[in-house]
Design a binder for this molecule. Structure first.
Ligand code: HH2
Length: 285
């Protein structure tokens, strides 16, 4: 039986990349046994969900064949899912289906295309916005109005998924996926609009490159990934305080503290598993 959370705070999704090439923790948890140990560590640190991924989505990441992605993620999901809720971070239908069979109950889909699979499997679905693919997404991202375009896309996807019978739909603006630093900041500033769509919002800023740029040294060198905790926490705390119901993070213990500090919010108390509420109001500030 998978434990379900009763937390009255925004949820914390711990990132577990079973990959050699992820942008921040590539190679650290590539070995299955090490990944499982890290998963248990995140559980001890208070993670509500562990997000297992076997293919990096960083700009220009090499694509991974299906059988290799399965080899990476399935044993880890089987080992962790009796102990914590597990999501599968994939864009491949076959991987999503096998992961659900192995115990995952949420499909975290950066391609926002796997809702038919989630509906068929009877599990939750994360719809994330991105412009382009990892091969080209950071070449020259352009929007006339990034907030309007991202919110319209997410509202449309969420409604489609709900119409297909998915009871648990999350929306995520896709920080860093075909976005400049300014686009990311505009989306963070637009939490009210995102929350106002009426579905629980997931926000993933953890260690992303715009935080390195914002914390650059005097000569302009971006802060390396292991020096981005302050920005990661600041943006996660901002998002949660403005109504994000979950944050996706590498640094679980610190983020759980931040979530506890934020405490109950109108959206966080809804938690996962509830039907989206069209009446859900943006957090008033
Ligand atoms: N970001 C990454 C991967 N998956 N999923 C959602 N829903 N939202 C995100 O912002 C998001 C995501 C990229 O981060 P990471 O997993 O650390 O890196 P990589 O893709 O290189 O493995």
């Amino acid at each position: 039986m998978v434990p379900t959370t009763t937390e009255k705070r925004p949820l914390v999704m711990g990132i577990l990349n079973v990959t050699p090439d992820s942008f921040s923790d590539g190679g650290e948890w590539f070995d299955g046994a090490r990944a499982i140990t890290r998963g248990h560590q995140m559980i001890a640190e208070g993670a509500d969900i562990v997000d297992v991924g076997g293919e990096s989505t960083r700009p220009r990441a090499a694509s991974v064949p299906t059988d290799e992605e399965l080899r990476r993620v399935i044993p880890v999901i089987e080992a962790l899912s009796p102990h914590v809720r597990v999501s599968i971070d994939t864009t491949k239908e076959e991987v999503a289906r096998a992961s659900v069979e192995a115990g995952a109950t949420l499909i975290n889909d950066v391609s926002a295309s796997l809702w038919p699979t989630a509906a068929d499997c009877g599990v939750g679905w994360v719809a994330m916005h991105r412009q382009g693919t990892p091969a080209d997404m950071q070449d020259d991202p352009h929007y006339d109005d990034v907030v309007a375009e991202v919110t319209a896309f997410l509202a449309d996807q969420a409604r489609t998924a709900t119409g297909a019978g998915i009871a648990e739909v999350w929306i995520d603006p896709g920080i860093g996926f075909g976005k400049t630093g300014r686009h990311n900041l505009e989306l963070l500033a637009a939490m009210d609009e995102l929350v106002g769509i009426g579905y629980p919002v997931l926000m993933g800023t953890s260690r992303k490159s715009f935080l390195g740029t914002l914390a650059a040294s005097a000569d302009g060198t971006p802060a390396p990934v292991d020096h981005r905790l302050p920005g990661s926490l600041a943006t996660a705390t901002w998002a949660m305080a403005r109504g994000a119901a979950m944050v996706r993070v590498h640094d679980v213990a610190a983020s759980v503290q931040a979530a506890a500090l934020v405490g109950p919010t109108p959206t966080a108390t809804a938690g996962p598993g509830l039907s989206p509420s069209p009446d859900r109001k943006p957090v008033a500030r």
